[in-house]
Ligand binder design. Structure first.
Ligand code: NAD
Ligand code: ZN
Length: 378
């Protein structure tokens, strides 16, 4: 490619500071260094974790940054030492790396690879290293990915090569939300056939958890959200019941306990709220109930009475659905192409990168499931 080895000037949405709209700027993207890949981003979803960084976490060392971590694109050029990728390959950037060599990658029990940009300064959600500059300033790469940019540079251990038949404006959602929720049900909760589940929060992550519960054979899936507009969508993915906590004066855990003769077998928290995490745990049946925290927050401690766990419940957490990034995304793209998992059904809006602030507003106000932004027209 004519651009290989050169700095590329392109458009990106820059988050200069917390709690402010993103600004479309021209940025410079340096060529990939050893073991890195420069990618032309074709499409990206907007996930609540982008909003978390901007409006909730607001970590001062995490700005300026280019947000976006749910994208798909095409390899533009590769750095020295990259042998598995070539210009033209279709790829999905990953915020969970898979080096294949560290003790975590070698264990089948976890997807917590210890290499890759995203695991460096995980609290800040942006590594010190970055290939972006704007107006002479270094701009950080959120979660090691930064898909709100026409071009990005990513460590090869954080990139999944996918089937060239995959439509990038759809499968970009497999870069975060769908794999996260689906895997939390299938891999982390390990939902069993015939079981009863409750999913708290019906954004893309929660709806994917509903889809995972159904795929695992759950017979009853109770969808819980304070926004009743989400229920119709939840039915599409397999929800059998809907509960709005606002419709009840008693705690939601009591409501669910009454509905299920003592509590659900599995609950998944897909909101990112410590009170909801507690409710999800307390909604599980004693003896064997499993509750999984998927929603993201680092702002507060959570709490629960020890007897909840002493009585036999298990409380777990899940990042990227417990999936090992590169292997899982390749497989999930295949499963989508084979019509075994839904993706298109999560997309409620299509916009362009210039409209990223509108997409953020839609999510803030609960008006979308996923907005897909076209970043570079193909
Ligand atoms: P979203 O904003 O689209 O959906 C959140 C849903 O929760 C909304 O439907 C909202 O109405 C609902 N909600 C809010 N308060 C509630 C309450 N008290 N009770 C019940 N429902 C409530 O977000 P999303 O993109 O689906 O992400 C969901 C969460 O998952 C976020 O916290 C996000 O940061 C997190 N996340 C975690 C991972 C991970 O790897 N663990 C990955 C991606 C996203
Ligand atoms: Zn995400």
């Amino acid at each position: 490619m004519a651009t290989a080895g050169k700095v590329i000037k392109c458009k990106a949405a820059v988050a200069w500071e917390p709690n402010k709209p993103l600004v479309i700027e021209e940025i410079e993207v340096a060529p990939p260094q050893a073991n890195e890949i420069r990618i032309k981003v074709v499409a990206t979803g907007v996930c609540h974790t982008d909003l978390y960084h901007l409006f909730e976490g607001m970590h001062k060392d995490g700005f300026p940054a280019v947000l976006g971590h749910e994208g798909a694109g095409i390899v533009e050029s590769v750095g020295p030492g990259v042998t598995e990728f070539q210009p033209g390959d279709k790829v999905i950037p990953l915020f969970i790396s898979q080096c294949g060599e560290c003790r975590f990658c070698k264990s089948p029990k976890t997807n917590q690879c210890e290499k890759g940009w995203a695991s460096d300064r995980a609290d800040v959600m942006a590594a010190v290293d970055s290939r972006f500059t704007c107006k002479g300033k270094k701009v950080l790469q959120f979660m090691g990915t930064s898909t709100f940019s026409e071009y990005t540079v990513i460590d090869q251990i954080s990139v999944a090569k996918i089937d060239p038949a995959a439509p990038l404006d759809k499968v970009c959602l497999l870069g975060c939300g769908i794999c996260t929720g689906y895997g939390a049900a299938v891999n982390t909760a390990k939902v069993e056939p015939g079981s009863t589940c409750a999913v708290f929060g019906l954004g893309a992550v929660g709806l994917a958890a509903v889809m995972g519960c159904k795929a695992a054979g759950a017979k009853r899936i109770i969808a819980v959200d304070i926004n009743p507009e989400k229920y119709e969508k939840a039915k599409v993915f397999g929800a059998t019941d809907f509960v709005n906590p606002k419709d009840h004066s008693k705690p939601i855990s009591e409501v669910l306990s009454e509905m299920t003769d003592g509590g659900v077998d599995y609950s998944l928290e897909c909101v990112g709220n410590v009170e909801v995490m507690r409710s999800a745990l307390e909604s599980c049946v004693k003896g064997w109930g499993v509750s999984v925290i998927v929603g993201w927050t680092e702002l507060e401690d959570f709490s629960a009475r020890p007897v909840q766990l002493i009585a036999g419940r298990t409380w777990k957490g899940s990042v990227f659905g417990g999936f090992k990034g590169r292997d899982a995304v390749l497989q999930m793209v295949k499963d989508y192409l084979d019509k075994k998992v839904m993706v298109d059904e999560f997309i409620t809006h299509n916009m362009t990168l210039d409209q990223v602030n509108d997409a953020i507003e839609l999510m803030k106000h609960g008006k979308c499931i996923r907005t897909v932004l076209t970043v570079s027209p193909q």
